[in-house]
Design a protein around this ligand. Structure first.
Ligand SMILES: [Fe+2]
Length: 308
């Protein structure tokens, strides 16, 4: 009897190698800098929905290629609605080690600190992010993702019933320095999202807890909310739900921002290694809860696609 350990999607030449049982797959046999066929785009989309984050190796993307790739899957947003960009492409956000050093120091406090879903302070957070590694440390600097649909599924029935009826306030952290305060203050984004969202494509229920952004649970006393959030955050980053990716120059990670949270590395701050990554995000829709109610805007404007 033969068994297939590396399923492939027929017809498009893309080989899918899962990295864990519940999340993450490496995709081989596709050149992201080239013209993707409709079948390749469909296969990558399907893999993204199934595996939540997909990875590609040895890709030769520059900024223009990165943006062109993103356009095959949606409408790129401006690089960052709060922090902007210094790059020559308005869609490309630089993630450099020196800029995030302050985050890095803060991130070692608790096991869930630093885990986040991208920009959930917006009423319509990006639906997906595409991150490419350009300068990669020889070791260290791995990124981790967690499957928030599975995190919901693994809650007990009584807890599911409780969290399905709750909503939470998402906003950026309190200012750490003057520059941060000025930028966040200039565009004060805040949104109330359901604590459980329904994925618009898969229909899965998602435990929509973005630890770095969620500040309180609506209608709960501060102490009640904090205790429940700490329980949910610790649960959401259980190792069984996660995958860890070792980068190399030319690696690309493409994740479903509606069903995952991720953790930027902090170990590199103990080294002199440089790390330069670039990210493009795809414009997303307003999340909807199990009861059909959409998220609510508390401050700022929805994110609009980057105009060309
Ligand atoms: Fe992120």
């Amino acid at each position: 009897m033969t068994t297939t350990t590396t399923p492939t999607v027929p017809g498009d030449g893309i080989e899918i190698r899962p990295m864990s049982v519940h999340i993450g797959a490496e995709l081989f046999g596709v050149d992201l800098a080239g013209d993707l066929s409709a079948a390749q785009v469909a296969a990558i989309r399907a893999a993204l929905l199934r595996w939540k984050v997909v990875f590609f190796r040895d890709q030769a993307l520059d900024h223009a290629g990165h943006v062109r790739l993103a356009r095959r899957f949606g409408a790129p947003t401006p690089a960052h609605v709060v922090f902007g960009t210094d790059e020559d492409h308005p869609e490309v956000y630089s993630i450099a080690k020196h800029r995030t050093a302050q985050n890095g120091r803060a991130a070692a406090l608790r096991c869930w600190t630093g885990w986040h879903t991208d920009i959930t302070a917006a009423i319509n957070p990006p639906c997906a992010s595409i991150l490419r590694g350009q300068t990669v440390p020889p070791y260290g600097g791995d990124t981790q993702w967690t499957n928030l649909a599975l995190a919901y599924d693994r809650l007990s029935e009584p807890l599911k019933r409780l969290v399905e009826g709750l909503r939470a306030v998402h906003r950026f952290d309190a200012p750490r320095d003057e520059d941060y305060a000025r930028k966040v203050g200039a565009r004060d984004l805040a949104a109330e999202h359901p604590l459980v969202t329904v994925h618009p494509e898969s229909g899965e229920k998602v435990l929509y807890v973005s630890p770095a952004f969620v500040k309180e649970i609506v209608g709960m006393e501060a102490r009640e909310g904090q205790a429940l959030l700490e329980l949910l955050w610790e649960h959401a980053v259980s190792s069984e739900f996660t995958v860890r990716f070792r980068w190399a120059p030319g690696s690309v990670a493409f994740w479903d921002n509606r069903a995952t949270a991720h953790l930027a590395p902090v170990d590199i701050f103990a080294t002199d290694f440089d790390r330069q990554f670039y990210r493009v995000t795809l414009n997303g829709e307003v999340p909807v809860g199990v009861d059909g109610r959409p998220s609510r805007l508390l401050s700022g404007d929805p994110i609009e696609p980057q105009s060309t």
